[in-house]
Write a protein that binds this ligand. Structure first.
Ligand code: ADP
Ligand code: MG
Length: 648
């Protein structure tokens, strides 16, 4: 017997349940849909009351234009909307809703009550719908506007109901939905209460900043950096947050398109790019960005919950966002301001950063002079020479094969000593030739005339090194404490990046190329990137079997053996997983090289070196963070000191 296949029309009830399945995932989805309706109705005040995580009750009231009594039943009918007329309208949707599905879906899976009064009616009218069963419209007393009450959500869809989590989890989701909408419309007064307790009371505000502060507290509010730009009809506004604040997830990246909260991977990527080098690996920026553009430029009809949209000109938006934030960062003083409340966070960031540079402590540079580039001649270095010297140290002439070959083994042996700097240890392990070259046998005098003649502009020449790792100096504002490694690393990183991008990095041929034995897959990883490595001054060639040969090496890495470096590069490439982006590799290498070449915590610095380092701060695009995103400096403002000493 053959089975006959019969095609049937689905009942309205099943259709609505299917739609509900797509749009209404949990109580927070209901809250989102109802709030959108209130906003579309022009409300200036919206109150949300929740009982038991929204499973027992969700009530949303607004003071919008209301629904006329003869329209109440239509409002809860599927595919009935007042917001669009024809298909053309789909391409310039100016409202948050347009599908006419939400109320019908919600009413299908709950006990639903709609009450409304328009300005044209003396009384209000109400309509009950019970699991999709529509009742009669009857008069009732109610204020101008609309109230929707939903009880027993999912009571007739037990599977969905079983998926619900604890009250706490559900109210968490509701809170997030509420936050997204309230941030998108600061000029509307919102309240949210749960089990009779007020969670949020948000009066009308004309500055998004206030609302952000109410949700995320003063720390975030005080770290907001306003951005604004306009390009071809797209207005970008809102705030990015100082990179001292970040998250391990991107949920604190709020994007609003014409007020609607959206998710957009491309824009989030742009945001990540803008913070490149400012945040630790794995940390995400925080931002509240608003884009306003004509509705014709967007297609909102691509996602059931309208969370994603399609832009007519996504590429332009990407560049606009990236460019705007970058410009702002270049002109903003991002120096971490020490605030007792955030000090703990800065510490935590520093601890994390330490994990990223395990070499900082145990691998001090063998010689202080090798990174300062000071010579003992009386000639005053020009500012550009000075910049050059600190940025590109150690610039040892590599003609001497021992300065490379000897470095790897000989100097590494002595690196457990905490301080090998010349001032502390005149027998520091420089080759004789190197010492001679720079007259390093004299301890540099703190009173070099060079620095008297050119007092730095923003810092007094005097800064103090403490614990061989921090520099303390005075500014107009207060006291600034600088992390010597972090700052030097930043200076080197920027200088190196500039040179590499301009193709101007000098490589030094090794007189005796260094063979490095690797596994087959390691060799393949490195050899795949020869071109990129060459850009960085590292020339690697195949040398038979799984051995590679390093035949040229950057001058600035004179203190770091090529084999060590190549092994680190291999590890990095192996970690990168499948085909990492070329730009990412380059950036990671720049980070690695500048970290290795920079002075370390534990290096004693000569006074001139200290001054140089501090002078160089001002040449940095971002002198406030090391390439890992740690702060390079902390400012203790005079006011703060006065306050803490109870002078004010
Ligand atoms: P959509 O918002 O996509 O139009 P809904 O099912 O959410 O679909 O709402 C259906 C209709 O009910 C809306 O088009 C609107 O006319 C009316 N409506 C819903 N909620 C409200 C409200 N809070 N105030 C005024 N009208 C409302
Ligand atoms: Mg709607």
């Amino acid at each position: 017997m053959e089975a006959t296949v019969e095609i049937k029309r689905l009942s309205a009830s099943v259709i609505n349940k299917i739609a509900a399945g797509e749009v209404i995932e949990r109580p927070s989805s209901v809250v989102k849909e109802l709030l959108e309706n209130c906003i579309d109705a022009g409300a200036t005040r919206i109150d949300v009351a929740i009982e038991k995580g929204g499973i027992e009750l969700i009530r949303v009231s607004d003071n919008g234009h209301g629904i006329a009594p003869d329209q109440l039943q239509l409002a809860v009918t599927s595919h009935a909307t007042s917001k669009i007329d024809d298909a053309d309208d789909l391409f310039h949707v100016g409202s948050l809703g347009f599908r006419g599905e939400a109320l019908a879906s919600i009413a299908e899976i709950s006990r639903f009550l709609l009450r409304s009064r328009t300005a044209a009616d003396d009384a209000g009218y109400e309509l009950e719908v019970n699991g999709g069963q529509m009742g009669e419209v009857s008069p009732c007393g109610c204020p101008l506007g609309t109230t929707v009450e939903i009880r027993d959500l999912f009571y007739n869809t037990p599977v969905r109901r079983r998926f619900l989590r604890t009250t706490q989890t559900e109210i968490g989701h509701i809170g997030e939905a509420f936050t997204r909408i309230a941030l998108g419309f600061p000029h509307i007064h919102f309240t949210l209460s749960h089990n009779g307790r007020v969670l949020h009371e948000l009066p009308v505000s004309h500055d998004l900043r206030d609302r952000i502060g109410r949700f995320f507290g003063p720390e975030i509010q005080n770290a907001l950096i306003p951005i604004v730009s306009e390009d071809s009809g797209v207005e970008l506004s809102g705030f990015v947050v100082d990179p001292t604040h970040s998250r391990s997830h991107n949920r604190m990246q709020y994007l609003f398109l014409n007020g609607r909260h959206i998710r957009d991977r491309s824009l989030q990527h742009a945001l990540g790019e803008a913070y490149r080098g400012l945040l630790l690996h794995g940390r995400c920026p925080i931002a509240f960005l608003r884009m306003d553009m004509p509705a014709e430029m967007i297609d909102v009809n691509v996602h059931p919950a309208k969370l994603e949209v399609r832009f007519q000109n996504g590429g332009q938006l990407y560049s606009q966002l990236l460019g705007t934030i970058r410009r702002i960062f270049l002109t903003t003083d991002l120096t971490a301001r020490i605030d007792p409340a955030i000090a703990g966070q800065a510490d935590a960031a520093a601890n994390r950063a330490r994990d990223f540079q395990p070499d900082a402590q145990r691998n001090p540079l063998p010689s202080q002079s090798s990174h300062s580039g000071f010579d003992s001649s009386d000639r005053q270095p020009s500012p550009s020479e000075r910049q050059q010297s600190i940025a590109f140290q150690p610039t040892q002439p590599l003609a001497d094969p021992f300065s490379i070959g000897g470095r790897g083994s000989a100097t590494h042996g002595s690196q457990d000593q905490p301080d090998l700097s010349l001032a502390g240890n005149p027998q520091a392990d420089l080759s004789n030739e190197q010492s001679e070259l720079r007259g390093d046998n004299q301890i540099p005098s703190p009173a070099l005339p060079a620095f008297r003649a050119h007092p730095p502009q923003t810092h007094r020449p005097l800064a103090m090194q403490i614990h061989n790792r921090y520099l303390v100096t005075e500014t107009e504002e207060g006291v600034i404490v600088i992390d010597q490694h972090a700052l030097h690393e930043r200076i080197l990183y920027e200088e190196l990046r500039k040179k590499v991008l301009a193709g101007k990095l000098e490589k030094q041929n090794l007189l005796v190329p260094e063979p490095i034995h690797l596994t087959a897959s390691e060799a393949a990883l490195v050899l795949e990137q020869t071109e990129l490595l060459l850009q960085l001054g590292i020339q690697v060639e195949p040398f038979g079997g799984d051995t590679v040969l390093v035949s040229a090496y950057p001058a600035m890495l004179a203190n770091y053996s090529p084999s060590e470096m190549v092994r680190q590069i291999v590890d990095m490439l192996a970690e990168g997983g499948k085909r990492p982006d070329r730009r990412d590799i380059l950036d990671s290498l720049l980070h690695m090289i500048s970290c290795k070449a920079a002075i370390k915590a534990g290096d004693r610095l000569a006074p001139e070196e200290i001054t140089l380092l501090i002078e160089h701060r001002q040449y940095c695009q971002d002198s406030h963070h090391c390439p890992h995103g740690r702060p390079t400096a902390l400012v203790f403002s005079r006011e703060e000191l006065d306050r803490r000493f109870k002078r004010i």
